[in-house]
Ligand binder design. Structure first.
Ligand code: CIR
Length: 255
């Protein structure tokens, strides 16, 4: 069974953290609708939705991806780089406990799940404003004995590594060359986003279909031309909170 952990859009979302985008009012009702459609899209791609207990007073709690890294062998509960987000992790740990052994990132380490991209046994980690060297070192200490290689990757100009690069098919990445260099990614196929759509590199691969935002039709066409199945959804409100399609779920196999 493929589980997608999600968390409700909190009524406080208009107070969310913002780093690279200016504040614009988020329409809460529309955000709730778009989030529900996001969950339905994940269901249509084969996921069973499991909602973590809501946190109405934690404005970024819908962006559940940042709170954990879930691998087949273990789940690592992060210590988010933004202090306002640190209260989000304990309920996610409670939700993941039945499925995985848990490891924790401890102070002074910080790590956001949005900075972590797994491709096979390689774990690429963005060295961003949210994830520091100590957090990356702790992740490596936990994952190396399990056979993973942790590869730090500099990111510039965007929030997280996965704002700049994601996997869109086996051995294929979609990326924004303005925000990340792919030299460390070795022998993968590379698709560059359309430069007029800088946020388009954040795509979510689920069972061989890629969930993308409908705001980036040119990049979508580039994917389709490569024969990659695409499912587009509207994400205007969560994008105003600096979130993309990966950030609202944690997807993993159970049982
Ligand atoms: C933040 O700044 O932490 C949130 N407003 C957005 C987090 C987006 N997370 C993600 O893409 N993994």
């Amino acid at each position: 069974m493929l589980i997608a952990l999600t968390r409700a859009v909190p009524p406080s979302i208009n107070r969310c953290e913002l780093t690279h985008v200016g504040r614009e009012p988020i329409d809460l009702a529309l955000a709730l609708t778009q989030h529900e459609r996001y969950e339905r899209a994940l269901q249509s791609l084969g996921c069973t939705i499991q909602r973590v207990a809501p946190e109405p007073d934690l404005p970024d709690s819908v962006f559940v991806e940042d709170t954990a890294i879930v691998l087949d062998e273990i789940a690592v509960i992060t210590r988010p780089g933004a202090e306002s987000r640190r209260g989000e992790t304990s309920a996610v740990g409670d939700a993941l406990g039945p499925y995985r052994d848990l490891a924790l990132i401890e102070p002074p380490g910080t790590l956001d799940g949005g900075d972590v991209l797994r491709i096979g046994s390689r774990i690429y980690v963005g060295r961003s404003r949210r994830s520091n060297d100590d957090g990356i070192r702790q992740l490596e200490h936990t994952l190396k004995p399990l056979g993973y290689t942790v590869v730090p990757v500099p990111v510039n100009g965007c929030l997280h590594l996965k704002s700049a690069i994601t996997q869109v098919a086996s051995g294929t990445v979609l990326f924004n060359p303005a925000w990340v260099s792919t030299t460390m990614f070795g022998d993968v196929d590379r698709i560059e986003i359309d430069p007029r759509e800088p946020f388009a590199a954040n795509a979510l691969l689920v069972n061989e279909t890629v969930l993308v935002s409908s705001a980036y039709p040119r990049t979508r066409e580039l994917l389709e031309r490569r024969g990659i199945p695409v499912h587009a959804i509207e994400t205007t409100e969560l994008a105003k909170g600096e979130g993309g399609v990966t950030c609202c779920s944690l997807i993993f196999h159970a049982g």
